[in-house]
Design a protein. Sequence first.
Length: 262
Amino acid sequence: MRDSTRVESACAGLLVLIDQHAADERVQVESLLSQLCHPAHEQTVYQSKLGHQAQVASIVLDKPTQFAISPQERTHFTTHAAHFAAWGVLYDIVQTTGSASTPNTADKEKYVLSVTTLPTGISGRCKADPKVLISFLRSTVWKYAEDPYLPPLSAPSSSSANDPAEWVRRLATCPPGLIDLINSRACRSAIMFNDELSIDDCKALVRKLTGCVFPFMCAHGRPSMVPLVDLGGVDEVAGGLGGRDQAAQEVGFVDAWKNWKR
């Protein structure tokens, strides 16, 4: 007669293959997204010349990133400055004068966007490669200009700063380009495929993965783990892989993960 206690214990057991890069990428991206959605420190008093303050944790650039914009873009960036400020992006708009030899007066009016503040999660990448920042800002402001149903502005609540799922709700209003930059950083900084990990490294990675809101996929949607064998079925049946009884079938992958996590 089979030992029922031993069977129940085995039913919750799964042999799972974990993709170390995808798993670490998930850990990294959730940390960055949580950081992105964290409210700005109260002592932060920097304000752009357009009258906005960053609503999330951000840094003031030592050297502003500047690039020329058209008069139409100047209008859009002015109109939607509050939406950028909600995600830690502050900028000033500087008007310059063209050459006196220019016959057309309209052509003399030129504008420069001077980016002064960025969210901490993307600041390093944007400072190293300003073209990435310029592309993000331009594509986003035109999406704002063309979208008649922009999401309402809402500052992150300090009372929910410790809620692990707060960033999930906040991301509904986040510019897609900003999420792409965060995903890219998580991918670049994650453990690579051929990196050799010790047993302790593996344990630490799995432990961090248990704290994720979406532990089963990387930042780009690739599975971070795949169940190989239900160990509840590896028992007395010849061949070792076929003895799944009814109790074992009732334990799914997600349920087993939750049980293990507890």
